[in-house]
Design a protein around this ligand. Structure first.
Ligand SMILES: Cc1ncc(C[n+]2csc(CCOP(=O)(O)OP(=O)(O)O)c2C)c(N)n1
Ligand code: SF4
Ligand SMILES: [Mg+2]
Length: 326
């Protein structure tokens, strides 16, 4: 007779005082001062707790966290290739299911969490992430989004905003805006094509209680969940390391980022301001946008204005590809 798989029930918190004191992500790593993804790791670790297995596809949060004989991870953690976080997590989850059912592992199913960068989630890693979600593995896939391939020198990724300067999109005479395309909508990519997906949310390191609760709701599903977390990167976006939280909140207050949940086919929104600030407020503190002229800012504002009408859903505005003329 097979043993029934028991799941952990993660508690939903009401305020900052209820955030666990216990850390799974400890000091002793080499991320830059003010690193948003490091804060993201700390908060997701607190949310998931010690009975967890974390997977780190190649990226800043692997490389800067794993100096020889030194690790900040208090929970079990493994590196994966940047391409295959979803595949490795699927195998770990399937193995635990079998071990528990055969009575060879006595505990509850651990919280299995992939912590992928935007490259490891929605670009190079999308095939394995999609496979995991399609097959319905009981795994939380987190995408910490610093809007670039940061670890290899701040190269453009599909999450880099329009006009974002990176080492692969330098603004110049030929391409004054630097990056010509608008970013992918990661949550929409996954929601749209994965019938077994249970829960999708967007969160920001600027709103830690909301972030922790979304991670826990994702973990409480008996199946795959995806949480996309906005994580400002002072080195890549070029702003003062003290301003990480301010930049994260500016993104929400200007509509560059919207916090929402998708559950049972329904959308719920959080932190929607009464009146959005102009996107200029978000752009002005970051050197990566310093080359933008009024025409580029107007184009960016039009995209954001269209997007915040129906966050999480396709935008109404036609967006041209890089080789199409207006
Ligand atoms: C198949 C493959 N292509 C490229 C690389 C080189 N590479 C290592 S880390 C990295 C950047 C990862 O970007 P992201 O997933 O967004 O994480 P971040 O570094 O921004 O935290 C790249 C391109 C690799 N390791 N494997
Ligand atoms: S480059 Fe960005 S993401 Fe990478 S460690 Fe530095 S601040 Fe963090
Ligand atoms: Mg990245």
């Amino acid at each position: 007779m097979s043993t029934k798989v028991q799941h952990q029930e993660m508690e939903i918190i009401k305020n900052m005082r209820q955030i666990p004191v216990e850390d799974q992500y400890l000091p002793g790593h080499r991320t830059c001062a003010g690193c948003g993804p490091a804060l993201c790791y700390k908060l997701v670790g607190k949310a998931a707790g010690p009975d967890s297995i974390f997977l780190g596809p190649t990226g800043c949060m692997y490389v800067a966290n794993t100096s020889y004989l030194c690790t900040p991870f208090a929970m079990p953690w493994t590196h994966t290739q940047i391409t295959n976080g979803g595949a490795v997590a699927s195998g770990i989850e399937a193995a635990y299911q079998v071990l528990i059912r055969k009575g060879k592992y006595k505990g509850k199913l651990p919280n299995i969490v992939v912590m992928a960068g935007d490259g490891g989630a929605i670009d190079i890693g999308i095939q394995a992430a999609s496979g995991l979600m399609y097959r319905g593995h009981d795994v939380l896939f987190v995408m910490y989004d610093n809007e670039s391939y940061a670890n290899t020198g701040i190269q453009t990724s599909p999450m880099t905003p329009f006009a974002g300067k990176t080492t692969f999109t330098p603004p110049g005479k030929a391409i004054p805006e630097g990056k010509k395309t608008f970013p992918k909508d990661a949550a929409q990519c996954f929601i749209g094509g994965h019938p077994a997906l249970k829960y999708v949310a967007t969160a920001s390191v600027g709103y830690p209680v909301d972030l922790i609760n979304k991670v826990r709701k994702g973990l409480n599903q008996k199946g795959p969940a995806f949480v996309h977390i906005h994580s400002p990167c002072p080195k890549g976006w070029i702003f003062d390391a003290k301003q990480t939280i301010r930049v994260a909140k500016d993104a929400v207050e200007c509509g560059m980022w919207v916090n929402y949940e998708w559950e049972n086919g329904e959308y719920k929104y959080q932190h929607i301001p009464k009146t959005y600030k102009p996107v200029k407020e978000f752009l002005k503190g970051q050197e990566r946008f310093s080359h933008m002229d009024e025409e580029m800012i107007t184009k960016m504002q039009a995209f954001i204005t269209a997007k915040i009408k129906t966050p999480g859903k396709p935008i109404e505005l036609p967006v041209l590809g890089p080789r199409e003329e207006a």
